[in-house]
Ligand binder design. Structure first.
Ligand code: GLA
Length: 443
């Protein structure tokens, strides 16, 4: 325990000096110009989704955060900066506490704080363990609980002699995550059961081969039911209580790539083989086989822009008690409006009776300069501060998970969207997430 306190104390001092050197930042620029978020899996372009492209400081030229003109602050900003200096910023920046708690402890009374971890992290745990244990009490497997990891092609082909309705599954890839979580008393978000991406085509074919003939709706519904039963059953039998949230369906609604009801058609074999109601059927089966302590989630990107669509499409499942929460992926950029847009969607979901989790948080920026990182830190601060405030007002916000360990390992290559740099040093974003007073408020 003592070891990290001292080590982290030194890091705090470094960060504080750095913040002091940056001076008071201006209100944010549009650091997202030209950014577009592509998933590794499906090449989706999120730029029209979570990134609304609106500049919080319209009128400012993008990408000039370091120039003197940028430092001209509005009267409101000047007031804030002064308040920051007088109240908290100055002292905090020069005298960091040596024993401040990490994220999980800081938000202990609000919600679990999670992190997505890849297989690489578990293979090189000595580099990451201290930070993980000091900051997170929930894990999501970045890939290892997705269908392309859990489905066993050879085993399925062998099983065809008995049945064509039940593919074989194996859990080898996610065992390190499970063991780590158990050893350190952490919980796991299961991600994800039914998704158009990272689900092999062979799962949908008659002979479980890549180029085989697609099965019909009834067979695929049978396979979906057995897959959900087998996966959830495995965790209940061997690791009861470990999984607290399950992303039953990921990314089923997409007005840009969907049918007239906004249900995703593009590259979606679930849609092709089962039909438009595949997401509803998944919730029917998940409710049938989940234990009571597994909360069932619908998870999606761009939730700020498609909250109405999501609510409409899920209404029946909700009325029938098949679904508990909405996972808002939260792949954001500094141009996104947190307080006035993201939080409205959070409230909208909560008001409709769902609990809400931010499931894949990262805030991408265009470069790794000091000033850009300060803008990012302010955005992280706004995000965490608003989520905490809403939770304290009684909105059922039940988790925040950041999508990756550090900038070098992030799926958003070159966007520096996370809390730690490639050497596992905490960035200013980390201070922002801890609501540190030396990071000025953004909104
Ligand atoms: C989506 C998925 C995640 C992950 C990211 C990209 O958001 O839900 O599992 O694949 O894309 O890494």
């Amino acid at each position: 325990m003592k070891k990290w306190i001292w080590k982290w104390g030194a890091v705090w001092a470094g960060l504080a000096i750095c913040l002091g050197a940056c001076g008071q930042p201006r209100e944010e620029n549009n650091t997202n110009t030209g950014d577009s978020v592509q998933t590794e899996a499906d090449g989706r372009d999120d730029s029209g989704a979570e990134e609304d492209g609106q500049d919080e400081n319209s009128g400012e030229a993008p990408g000039q955060e370091g120039s003197p003109a940028d430092r001209q602050e509005s009267p409101e900003d000047q007031q804030k900066s002064l308040a920051d200096q007088q109240n908290e910023g100055g002292t905090e920046a020069t005298e960091p506490e040596m024993d401040r708690p990490g994220l999980a402890a800081f938000y202990e009374n609000n919600f679990p704080i999670g992190v997505a971890l890849s297989g690489y992290i578990f293979e090189n745990m000595e580099e990451f363990e201290e930070v993980i244990l000091n900051n997170f009490n929930s894990i999501t497997c970045e890939n290892e609980m997705k269908p392309d990891y859990l489905l066993d092609k050879e085993g399925s082909q062998k099983k065809l002699k008995e049945t064509n309705l039940q593919a074989a599954v194996h859990f080898d890839a996610c065992v390190p995550a499970i063991e780590f979580a158990l050893e350190h008393n952490m919980k796991i978000r299961f991600h994800t059961l039914v998704w158009h991406s990272q689900t092999p085509r062979w799962f949908f074919t008659e002979d479980y081969t890549e180029d085989g003939k697609l099965v019909d709706r009834q067979v695929m519904l049978g396979r979906m039911e057995n897959y959900i039963a087998d996966v959830l059953g495995y965790f209940q039998e061997y690791y009861p209580g470990l999984i607290y949230a399950v992303d039953v369906v990921n990314e089923a609604f997409d007005p840009w790539n969907g049918n007239e009801n906004g249900v995703r058609m593009k590259d979606n074999l679930w849609y092709d083989v089962v039909g438009e109601d595949y997401y509803y059927q998944a919730f029917v089966f998940a409710r049938k086989y989940a234990s009571e302590d597994m909360k069932l989630f619908y998870n999606d990107y761009g939730c700020m822009d498609k909250a109405n669509l999501i609510l409409e499409r899920l209404a029946q499942a909700r009325e029938e008690g098949l679904i508990d929460g909405i996972g808002m992926q939260s792949h954001l950029s500094t141009s996104d409006k947190i307080q006035y847009k993201f939080m409205l969607a959070v409230k909208q979901f909560c008001d409709a009776g769902y609990e809400v989790q931010s499931t894949e948080l990262d805030i991408g920026v265009k470069d790794n300069s000091e000033s850009t990182f300060l803008s990012q830190a302010r955005k992280y601060k706004s995000f965490f501060k608003n989520m905490k405030a809403l939770q304290e007002e009684g909105y059922p916000i039940t988790g925040i998970t950041v999508w990756g360990m550090n900038d070098d390992l992030s799926w958003r290559t070159g966007e520096y969207g996370l809390l730690f740099d490639g050497d596992m040093n905490p960035k200013k974003a980390y201070l922002g997430a801890l609501l540190d007073p030396s990071v000025p408020d953004v909104e």
